[in-house]
Write a protein that binds this ligand. Structure first.
Ligand code: G16
Length: 546
């Protein structure tokens, strides 16, 4: 065990979900070590504790796992549970932390960001409830990283993380665990696997795109193994360090192979994709005239909430639902009908943790292709796919029928997010400052046939611990309920990304058939005008539309 002198790196500030930087930044000597020691120090030390370690398998994952287990040993941890091969999907890490009651865990992932030597890497700490550390802990980690002078590490050979079983580094026990087993067992407790098995046996079909990321081994074992889906149901199911040079973000812009397979007359009944660390999901049905039916994440959350009692785990009903502020209000309409509370939180899964722990919410979701429940404390991609499969199997309906019936009952919330990426940080900040500066004067103003009812900068007071988070996004609400939300992404690694979230509610089923971007056209024009996107950024069109 040795102590190494070091100096702080500026900028080790966790964003929306942990510290995300270029691989080359993490490869600098002491960079990862400083951050890991800062985690341990912010927690008051880890002597005698058990930690979970694993990641999404991206480039630099294996090296980082070795560093962390040697540092855990040198910091006096009693035990480290590490996923074989250094692999643990984000929801599986949450599951393992909860199941074995560990002190917490370190999850290595930059989620949906591209990987490889020139790609991104990331690290975050999850607390004993299995969820991402709340802001008070991430701020303490950052503070420690800015004053750090040394770290502790074992001078040991690399540990064999590919063989299941246990051994030691010094007096620290290292246990290499099957990364899929605990997670698969939990899913079997939640869903009606017999009904889903019968659905596949009857010839129904699914295409699950693992995007060469970490969901592959989980999807192969659960869908093709336990549920009997035919081999080939899972595509791109082998995790690769650079995700096959793809962008492992399950949305229509990047999951192009899935969208192509879901087009045309021979499309499978159901399609889904998951991201780098398997916590996100995109779900797709077979649409009309060969067009895939892309289900917006906000709609998916609302549909799961409305039908939750068809799933064994939620048969007794939901305690409440929660969504991030920019997520559409479709789930709020369901909550009203069910007579349960709907919570609106800032962007970031960490904000759902207290609500789930307190039993105030059962289902949570975000527009950024994330859905989950109180079974773990992370969003869970494969869980959402199994939930949909359970609904398809139990109702005997098609995806399109379920979606149409939902809209007929609750109305349709047209929704889209326009991203403007790669903006110089000072230009993006100037845009947001200017927008914030005029919020007080906006009510009553008209724009492209819409009249502004209210405008504010979202602030959130956590109903459980009273902590306050300010400046969480500018919202402009129009008469009739349409909304535009503006905020800057907290997960990028290059410049700034402006996210513009657009929502329009149409109650009458006669108006449910428009293409989304057409239905939102007046809001899109209003967004450009109100924020001066072109003047501030030079961009007249978004770089990504989801
Ligand atoms: C993370 C967070 C999500 C958030 C998403 C996008 O997801 O956990 O809560 O919605 O980032 O955040 P932003 O808009 O700030 O880029 P993931 O899947 O990247 O871990």
């Amino acid at each position: 065990m040795t102590t190494v002198a070091t100096q702080p790196f500026s900028g080790q500030k966790p964003g929306t979900s942990g510290l995300r930087k270029k691989v080359t930044v993490f490869q600098q000597p002491h960079y990862l070590e400083n951050f890991v020691q800062s985690i341990f120090d912010a927690l008051g030390g880890i002597a005698g504790q058990t930690l979970v370690v694993g990641g999404d398998g991206r480039y630099h994952n294996r090296e980082a796992v070795q560093t962390i287990i040697k540092m855990a040993a040198a910091n006096g941890a009693a035990k480290v549970l590490v996923g074989a091969g250094g692999i643990l999907s984000t929801p599986a890490a949450s599951c393992v932390i909860r199941k074995y009651g560990t002190f917490g865990g370190i999850v290595l992932s930059a989620s949906h960001n591209p990987g490889g030597p020139d790609g991104d890497f990331g690290i975050k700490y999850n607390i004993a409830n299995g969820g991402p550390a709340p802001e008070k802990i991430t701020e303490a980690i950052y503070a420690k990283s800015q004053t750090i002078t040394s770290y502790h590490i074992a001078e040991a050979a690399d540990y064999d993380i590919d063989t299941l079983g246990s051994g030691e580094i010094g007096s620290c026990r290292i246990e290499v665990i099957d990364p899929v087993a605990d997670y698969a067992e939990l899913q079997q407790q939640l869903f009606d696997f017999d009904a889903i098995r019968a659905w596949f046996a009857a010839g129904h079909t699914l295409c699950f795109d693992g995007m060469h990321a970490v969901s592959g081994p989980y999807a192969h074992r659960i869908l093709e193994g336990l549920l009997g889906a035919p081999a080939g149901t899972v595509i791109n199911g082998t995790p690769l360090p650079d995700f096959g040079q793809g962008h492992p973000d399950p949305n229509p812009a990047y999951a192009t192979e899935l969208v192509a397979r879901m087009s045309g007359p021979d499309a499978p009944d159901f399609g889904a994709a998951s991201d780098g660390d398997a916590d996100r999901n995109m779900v797709v049905g077979r649409g009309m005239a060969g067009e895939p039916l892309l289900i917006s994440p906000s709609d998916s959350l609302a549909i799961l909430a409305a039908n939750a009692t068809l799933v064994p785990a939620y048969r007794a009903g939901l305690k409440g639902v929660a969504r991030s502020m920019p997520t559409s209000t479709a789930v709020d309409a369901v909550a009203r009908a069910l007579g349960i509370p709907a919570f609106e939180t800032p962007t970031g899964w960490k904000f759902f943790g207290n609500l789930l722990d307190a039993g105030m919410a059962t289902l949570c979701g975000e527009e950024s292709y994330g859905t989950g429940s109180d079974h773990v404390r992370e969003k869970d991609g494969l869980w959402a796919v199994l939930f949909w499969l359970n609904l398809l199997a139990t109702t005997g309906k098609s995806v399109a029928q379920i979606v149409q019936e939902h809209w007929s009952r609750f109305g349709r919330h047209y929704y889209s997010r326009h991203d403007f990426e790669g903006i110089a940080t000072e230009k993006a900040d100037a845009l947001m400052t200017a927008l914030r500066g005029k919020l007080a004067t906006l009510a009553g103003q008209g724009s492209h046939g819409l009249v502004i009812a209210e405008a504010d900068d979202f602030a959130y007071t956590d109903p459980v611990d009273g902590s306050v988070s300010r400046q969480q996004g500018v919202r402009i609400v129009f008469q009739g309920g349409s909304r535009i939300v503006f905020r800057l992404s907290g997960t990028g690694t290059e410049g700034a990304t402006l996210r513009v979230y657009l929502e329009r509610f149409v109650a009458d089923p006669a108006g449910h058939g428009e293409p989304t971007q057409t239905a939102l056209a007046p809001l899109i024009m209003a967004a450009h005008e109100l924020a001066g996107i072109g003047q501030h950024t030079g961009l007249t069109e978004p770089t990504v539309v989801t």
